[in-house]
Design a protein around this ligand. Sequence first.
Ligand SMILES: [Zn+2]
Length: 236
Amino acid sequence: MISQKVFLPRIGASPALLSFRSISVQSEFSKNFVKCNGLNRAGFSGLVFCPGMLFNSMEKWWGDAGRRSRPHEGVDVLLYMDIHGQIHTLDTATKIPVMYSGETAAVHDDFLGKSMYVRHEIYDDRGWQLHTVYGHVTPVNGVQKGGIVKGGDVIAEIADGRRKNAQVLSHLHISMAWISETVPCELLNWETMGNSDMVMLLNPLEVMQLKKEQVQTSSKIKTSGRGVCRPHYSNK
Ligand SMILES: [Zn+2]
């Protein structure tokens, strides 16, 4: 468990950026993610994000590629590039390591699988607690509400959304947020995450320890039909 409290300066105009510049809550998520999925064997070079997969984006990256109903509450992890520049989609059953030690506070169904909310012993200066959320997943055996997890433990796999007739490719959604202690576990859901004054969303990419060249945004990923995602190469 992370035992020390982290104190932040008063939240200013750009709270998310201020928070992560001011404290050290870097997660070894990326290293653990590559390791537990054996992606180095595939010549992993870095995760790739279409603009619509990024935090706060108003764009969809699937279906009609229109507008989202509200800003994206996190990042969508689906694509990675190998050392030859080829883009791959992650398989369903890709393993998901938890970003920090903590306690599983809630698990509920979402439109592709389940969403898991993990709270960590990391606080801001108001006493709001850091939460990470893993959406569209299947919890692995033994991980359930109330369970204690250690940073790097595999807690879930990407769910196979085809079982739910999804219009989007199976992928991992990650959210991070400071959440007030006044929000009970029962209210940890997407409605609260997107709308509550008691939740301050953060950009997960700020702490995922991706090297700069590993974060590539690409608008050349074309989506069509039922979430079919086809990489396009303008220079080939
Ligand atoms: Zn998402």
